[in-house]
Design a protein around this ligand. Structure first.
Ligand SMILES: [Cu+2]
Length: 157
């Protein structure tokens, strides 16, 4: 989470305003005549910034063999969430989804930390695995064609 100092100040001002409302609005007199008082005494608390439930989780990656048009193409790549090939990444936890729709290729990622995840050559595999990438060099290969279908990923600390 990256928050600018300006946003932090604004959040503090918001909290101060909320406290002020809480102090002055605590002693509303009861409605004695039975008429319905306007329900304005309980203002909802402002949601704390940065507490959304979807902020947890790991960065998404796609390991792709072939191309979108031709699953049997002799191509292999690691893609980020926007679909762009990546060759360097910061160390951390990643959610890697395979895109292997070929009967002649597979995809394997291996490297530091004992990471070794692969699909089968036969059949399709579009499953997702969680990987913890440590600083160092990982290789992404198609096992039957590891001489040509091979990319390296540099993970930085
Ligand atoms: Cu292959």
């Amino acid at each position: 989470m990256h928050r600018s100092p300006t946003a932090a100040v604004a959040a503090l001002a918001l909290l101060a305003a909320a406290n002020l409302v809480g102090c002055t609005g605590g002693s509303a007199p009861p409605a004695a005549d039975g008429s319905a008082a306007p329900a304005a005494s309980t203002a909802p608390l402002p949601t704390a910034p940065g507490s959304s439930p979807d902020s947890a989780g790991s960065t998404e990656l796609t390991g792709m063999v072939g191309t979108a048009d031709d699953p049997d193409a002799y191509a292999i790549a690691l893609l980020d969430a926007s679909g762009s090939p990546v060759t360097t990444l910061p160390a951390g936890d990643y959610s890697l989804t395979f895109s292997d729709r070929s009967d002649i290729h597979n995809i394997r990622i291996s490297g530091p930390g004992g990471v070794d995840e692969a699909t089968e050559v036969r059949g399709s595999d579009e499953s997702t695995v969680e990987v913890s990438l440590e600083p160092g060099t990982y290789t992404i290969v198609c096992d039957p064609h590891s001489g040509t279908m091979r990319v390296e990923l540099e993970v930085t600390g």
